[in-house]
Design a protein around this ligand. Structure first.
Ligand code: ASP
Length: 599
């Protein structure tokens, strides 16, 4: 007996057909002596019927002993379900299979958590789900995510191939480079003290591939970053990594817009609108207080620097006098914010260096706030007009240096949006996707503690051509040819046009980033050398593949779209890794572990 159909295939037209199905016992109901078993495989579910009147006693007996998730194979005949017993929730809901034969392929013990009920499963502790990931992945919602992931990977490959790209694999045993994040090191048996590092991205290899004349490269690349994991990060993750020669930013935007359009169509059947909006880093901060704005939420930041520069309210005028700005947002309808909510927002402001949070509650026709008494009529009129203030609103202020003021309100804006969403007062349609290119980032950022400049993204990003002259004179003003692609407030990816002239790259390393010539040679010598032998102008991007799939699946956690993710502590609970190794392995690797981990 061999499987003839999968469990999502049978329809009323199949009535009378003999079939064999195989799968897992999804659920079992005993109705007056007749046993109904929903059989599940990867594709779906089919109801099977064990009628003692129709079966040898030992077969029926065996069926009654089956636990959920046992693996069975049944042969029988398809029939229409009796009138009124259809199940419209499943595709095979109009038929059932009257079982004639049963083979128990494997028994399942009682499960650590049920997999048949999405509501129960959603409440299961995530650590337990990760420990028994193979059970978790049996849940149709999880299978659906993996299926979508596979579909999008294929769509990506097909699209890139159509566009003339070659998929090239680059090494995952690489060497340590200062690209930003901390790296995973791999000790090396042959040369004591010499380490490989797992790549944070194939950045250098893909640029070398351009030097090698490949012209169009892409890869679904595994990347590694040993960072303290924030909620939605994984130590290993996948990028759609891309690099192209002889292009400018416009070519890259068009390529990615085309790719995402294809992916959205394939995955969701949705036609996204092209071209995507573009916004500069400065405008994004000015209007949304963040460089990855969720433009669906409204509640834009409004500038009141002019209005308050001579204010009697010294907190505001003082900030302006110190070269800062005054900004505000109107959290519509949030005048009733609780003390706890105000405290949370104040804590957000303080976490970014503010001394407190100034706000006005507009209630019962009054502006309730200790600061209002300092405001003149024209200041009030300007607030009312520019923020469209109405009864029930909550106005929140930040007065600080520009970037700080923007970021404070940016954080509070997102918090308010969450509150309003939870209260059902801000409704964001699930099928709305606001794509955005964020451009003109500063090439360099200043590290006050170290007293030096560092690359805002990575040291290979080319400056905007007309800003090159400012590199040494006024590094702060230099814009990079970097771009980020953002959707609904999530940074989907980023990239840049690269430096391809060895002298410019050397200047950046040595004169701007103050990396010594010896270190430059040690770390990037091969790149600078490659640039000397005919490097074409080039640029690229990397899209976070896990994040992309999470957005398409409508889940907020990338762990839901990775088959075997790690916890926030970087642990795989199923295999229990990382784990100690034997003394002999350590000896071979010339490694001595100083202090064993204390539990
Ligand atoms: N390598 C960069 C990253 O991983 C992306 C790029 O510049 O192409 O973020």
């Amino acid at each position: 007996m061999k499987r003839t159909q999968h469990c999502n295939e049978l329809r009323p037209a199949d009535a009378g057909k003999p079939v064999t199905l195989a799968g897992w016992v999804h659920s079992r109901r005993d109705l007056g002596g007749v046993l109904f078993i929903d059989l599940r495989d990867r594709e779906g579910r089919t109801q099977t019927v064990f009628d003692p009147a129709d079966l040898p006693a030992e077969v029926f007996e065996a069926a009654t002993r089956l636990h959920a998730e046992s693996v069975i194979q049944v042969s029988g005949v398809v029939r229409a379900r009796p009138a009124g017993t259809d199940n419209s929730k499943i595709a095979t809901g109009q038929v059932e299979v009257l079982v004639k034969e049963l083979a128990v392929l494997n028994h399942a013990e009682v499960l650590p958590f049920p997999v048949d009920d999405p509501e129960v499963a959603a409440k299961v502790n995530e650590e337990l789900r990760l420990q028994y990931r193979y059970l978790d992945l049996r849940r149709p919602e999880m299978t659906r995510n993996l299926r979508l992931r596979s579909k999008v990977a294929t769509a990506t490959r097909v699209f890139m191939e159509e566009q003339g790209f070659l998929e090239v694999e680059t090494p995952t045993l690489f060497k340590s480079t200062p690209e930003g994040a901390r790296e995973f090191l791999v000790p090396n048996r042959r040369e004591p003290g010499a380490f490989y590092a797992l790549p944070q991205s194939p950045q250098q290899f893909k640029q070398i591939l351009m030097c090698a004349g490949i012209e169009r490269y892409f890869q679904l690349a595994r990347c590694y970053r040993d960072e303290d994991l924030r909620a939605d990060r994984q130590p290993e993750f996948t990028q759609v990594d891309i690099e192209m020669s002889f292009i400018d930013r416009e070519d890259l935007y068009a390529l990615i817009e085309g790719l995402l359009r294809r992916v959205w169509k394939r995955a969701l059947g949705v036609d996204i609108t092209l071209p995507f909006r573009r916004i500069t880093f400065e405008e994004a901060l000015n209007r949304y207080g963040i460089d990855k704005p969720d433009t669906r939420l409204g509640m834009e930041l409004v500038d009141f620097t002019e209005e308050f520069k001579a204010s009697t309210f010294k907190v505001f005028s003082g900030a302006v006098a110190a070269g800062g700005v005054v900004k505000a947002i109107n959290a519509k309808g949030m005048a009733g914010a609780t003390q706890g909510q105000i405290e949370t927002m104040t804590a957000h402001a303080k976490s970014l260096g503010a001394k407190g949070l100034a706000f006005i509650k507009v209630e019962q026709g009054e502006w309730k706030s200790p600061i209002v008494k300092f405001f003149g009529e024209s200041e009030k009129a300007s607030l009312t007009q520019k923020l469209a203030i109405e009864e029930g609103d909550l106005i929140l202020f930040a007065a600080d240096q520009w970037l700080n003021a923007c970021e404070i309100l940016g954080k509070i804006r997102l918090y308010c949006a969450d509150v309003l969403k939870a209260q059902g007062r801000l409704v964001v349609p699930a099928d709305r996707f606001d794509f955005l290119w964020v451009v003109d980032f500063p090439l360099l950022s200043f590290d006050k503690e170290m007293d030096r400049w560092y690359s805002s993204h990575h040291p290979f990003t080319a400056p905007v051509a007309e800003d090159i002259a400012l590199l040494k004179a006024d590094p702060k003003k230099v814009r990079g040819q970097h771009y980020d692609i953002v959707v609904n407030g999530v940074e989907l990816g980023g990239g840049s046009i690269r430096i391809h002239q060895p002298d410019v790259q050397k200047t950046i390393f040595e004169e701007i980033l103050a990396i010594s010539p010896e270190e430059t040679k040690l770390r990037f010598g091969y790149m600078l050398e490659a640039f000397k032998y005919g490097a074409p102008p080039h640029g690229g991007i990397a899209l976070g593949f896990d994040r992309l799939i999470a957005i398409l699946c409508g889940t907020s956690s990338i762990r839901d779209v990775i088959a075997f993710p790690k916890t926030a502590k970087g642990v795989c609970l199923m295999t229990d890794s990382p784990a100690p190794v034997s003394a002999r392995q350590l000896r071979d690797l010339h490694i001595e572990v100083k202090a064993a981990k204390k539990e």
